[in-house]
Write a protein that binds this ligand. Structure first.
Ligand code: MF3
Ligand code: CO
Length: 280
């Protein structure tokens, strides 16, 4: 079923999306545990492939783009270090203490997609301005997710993310060239979910819709440059960027964050919101 071009899922279909989401959540945890000084970004792709295989899932990233004449994406995960904003291709780059590394990963189970991203601080420090950026971006993601619980239109989510950035006490660049998106039987569906905007604008949201909510912020300019590999996107001023993403389902009785092990229970409870875990 669809509503104004947005795929509407049944409760049973959302339960299958949860299976994909859990594979994504587990893989991101495994990759996060592996992040430390001196590993190569390609090492994360090895871990991600194993999680897919062990869970009977396939990759929605691998070979992405083949249909429309851009170089097919060559890995199962995007690993974007420091000034790389998104779509960093895993390779020989070695992580160093104090780097920030965004890990974006997706999976397909029985034809249904999950998509999520986390940004890790290599070595775990928390006192740098980069670490502050990571936390501001993470919080904005959760503020956007929380807004989705009562949002009537996409703009309500977008405005919540923007307000979170603007209220963070630090000036951050909100990247405009990449947005969140609907997700379901394809990874990228309607509607776009920008990380800035005005309340009460945009597509109407409702039960059965699933969104990937994914703020991408920088410590400087929000302007982007795509490298010659036609994938890697860096900041135009070389400032560092962070990216957090979750796939969420809007159910009849509340939100379910499909790409978090706890379904979003803890973070949303802290915002006074109950989740609706359809598996319970
Ligand atoms: N997961 C990304 C997003 O958040 C897209 C990945 S691009 C790919 O929308 F080529 F790697 F698939
Ligand atoms: Co996404």
């Amino acid at each position: 079923m669809s509503s104004h071009g947005i795929e509407v899922k049944t409760a049973d279909q959302i339960k299958v999306m949860r299976r994909a989401g859990l594979v994504v959540a587990k893989a991101l945890i495994a990759m996060g545990e592996a992040v430390r000084p001196r590993i190569r970004t390609a090492d994360l792709d090895v871990i991600a492939r194993k999680v897919l295989q062990d869970n009977g899932a396939t990759s929605n990233f691998l070979n992405y783009g083949a249909e429309w004449g851009i170089p097919p994406y060559p890995a199962t995960v995007c690993v974007s270090v420091d000034e790389v904003i998104v779509h960093g291709i895993p390779g020989d780059r070695v992580l160093e203490e104090g780097d920030i590394v965004s890990v974006d990963f997706g999976a397909i189970v029985d034809g249904w997609h999950g998509d999520a991203a986390r940004t890790f601080i290599v070595g775990g420090g928390t006192s740098t301005e980069a670490a502050e950026l990571v936390e501001i971006t993470r919080k904005a993601m959760w503020d956007g997710v929380a807004a989705a619980a009562s949002a009537k239109r996409v703009g309500d989510v977008s405005a919540a993310i923007q307000a979170s950035a603007d209220g963070s006490g630090r000036r951050v660049g909100i990247v405009r060239d990449y947005t969140g998106h609907g997700i379901g039987t394809e990874m990228h569906q309607n509607p776009d979910v920008p990380n800035y905007g005005r309340p009460r604008r945009g597509a109407r949201l409702g039960t059965g819709m699933c969104l990937a909510i994914e703020p991408i912020f920088t410590l400087g300019s929000p302007g982007t440059v795509e490298l010659d590999d036609e994938w890697t996107v860096v900041t135009e001023d070389n400032s560092w960027a962070a990216h957090w993403e979750n796939t969420v389902a809007i159910t009849e009785d509340g939100l379910w964050v499909l790409t978090e092990l706890d379904g979003g229970r803890a973070e949303l409870a802290a915002r006074g919101i109950d989740i609706n875990d359809l598996s319970q």
